[in-house]
Write a protein that binds this ligand. Sequence first.
Ligand code: GLP
Length: 250
Amino acid sequence: MNKVPVEIFESPEDAVAKLAAETAELIRENDAAERPTVLGLATGGTPIRYYQELIRLHNELDLSFANVITFNLDEYAGLPREHKESYWQFMHDNLFDHIDIKEENIHIPSGTVAEEDIPAHCEEYEQAIIDAGGIDQQILGIGRTGHIGFNEPGSPQDSLTRAIHLDSITREDAAPAFGGIENVPTSAITMGCGTILSARRLVLLAWGEAKASIVKEAVQGPISDQVSASFLQNHPNAVFYLDEAAASAL
Ligand code: GLP
């Protein structure tokens, strides 16, 4: 019944241990071949444990990020980098400040580009991914609307990096962190579904019972722009890493 590969782990810790080991192997192989490693990264509560495991591998096993280039999925429109809820801040707090990545190798869409400059900014983002050689491994979470990045229902499969209006469910989910829904930005800049699907490997992470029903739709439901995570069914190298609770409806 599953239309995309699924691996179920006893705990999120087990899942991120496997994923971080895969990432480390990829980096070491590319380092040996003197190639950069291009990682696509995500925000939200879900990937935090993965980042903690990467930091541990950096500290304890000398895993170096000196030849790693990163591209984040998205950023809230209107938030300066120093805003505590910006994804720039999140990534620095949870990963970049603790590893040896070069600041110039970090790419996150800007939340403060003037509205008329957003299309050019998005085109530059796409071009930067191409110039880096494409994304080797893209990590994804899943929102309650089934979104990957911020590709809300209605996002076409071939969509590219662009500004998007946030669904009210997504803004509700973010409201506690922002101290009320009125403080949550109404739009964001996100990699498109097409951008994400062009990565060579996709790993979608989900933990907990609250994700079970949307995970089921993405894994077993029809491929539909109403659940952008269902597009992973069309990718030759995509996998869902779930804990038992997130897999409980499958
Ligand atoms: C936001 C992010 C997504 C993330 C989702 C789920 O919408 N833009 O990339 O997957 O939240 O977040 P969480 O992992 O906290 O459930």
